[in-house]
Design a protein around this ligand. Structure first.
Ligand SMILES: CC(C)(COP(=O)(O)OP(=O)(O)OC[C@H]1O[C@@H](n2cnc3c(N)ncnc32)[C@H](O)[C@@H]1OP(=O)(O)O)[C@@H](O)C(=O)NCCC(=O)NCCS
Length: 146
């Protein structure tokens, strides 16, 4: 079955957090439920899940990702595909959908940040045409989650 993309709904919360956990994206300094609440408050239409019919139980969330457009660049964060479905094209389809939505809004360029130690994902992005920028990513925490 082909997964269907749709905006996140509140009752997806636990499935999404479990998916990020299974994909190794959770960090102690980021409270995923607060991250979800923040995203729901800003461009929630760019917070997507991929849903797949799951037998008699209904549907299962098999992928998730957050995109945003700040008026200059588009961003994609927290992209995850259920481990048993990785390598089947869902990540590519996800990024194509985000690129479509961002282009529709007039976003000229999309950036992604890949954590050190997650170099294998660089191969995924490279196959989609993403190249390293000549820039160093800097960050400053404004609100502590812990
Ligand atoms: C990264 C991730 C979302 C990719 O989704 P996916 O469904 O596995 O990727 P796809 O099957 O769509 O792969 C798309 C392309 O990338 C390539 N690719 C995927 N992983 C790769 C890797 N580790 N190295 C090289 N190429 C890779 C695939 O071969 C495929 O190329 P093709 O279409 O030319 O055959 C998924 O692996 C994942 O959830 N990883 C764990 C969470 C994570 O690290 N997220 C990224 C945060 S920055």
């Amino acid at each position: 079955m082909t997964p269907v993309f749709r905006p996140f709904r509140h009752d997806d919360t636990e499935a999404v957090v479990a998916l990020w956990d299974a994909c190794g994206l959770l960090r102690p300094w980021n409270d995923p439920r607060r991250d979800i609440a923040r995203k729901v408050a800003e461009q929630p239409e760019l917070f997507l899940v991929a849903e797949q019919p799951d037998g008699e139980d209904g549907s299962a969330v098999v992928g998730v990702g957050m995109a945003g457009y700040d008026g200059h660049r588009g961003w994609v964060n927290y992209l995850a595909v259920r481990p048993d479905l990785q390598g089947s094209g869902l990540g590519r389809a996800f990024m194509a959908e985000f690129e479509r939505l961002l282009t529709e809004r007039g976003c000229p360029k999309v950036n992604v940040q890949v954590r050190e130690g997650n170099e294998q994902v660089l191969g995924f992005y490279a196959s989609l045409g993403y190249a390293p920028d000549r820039a160093v990513s800097l960050g400053k925490r404004l609100i502590a989650d812990d």
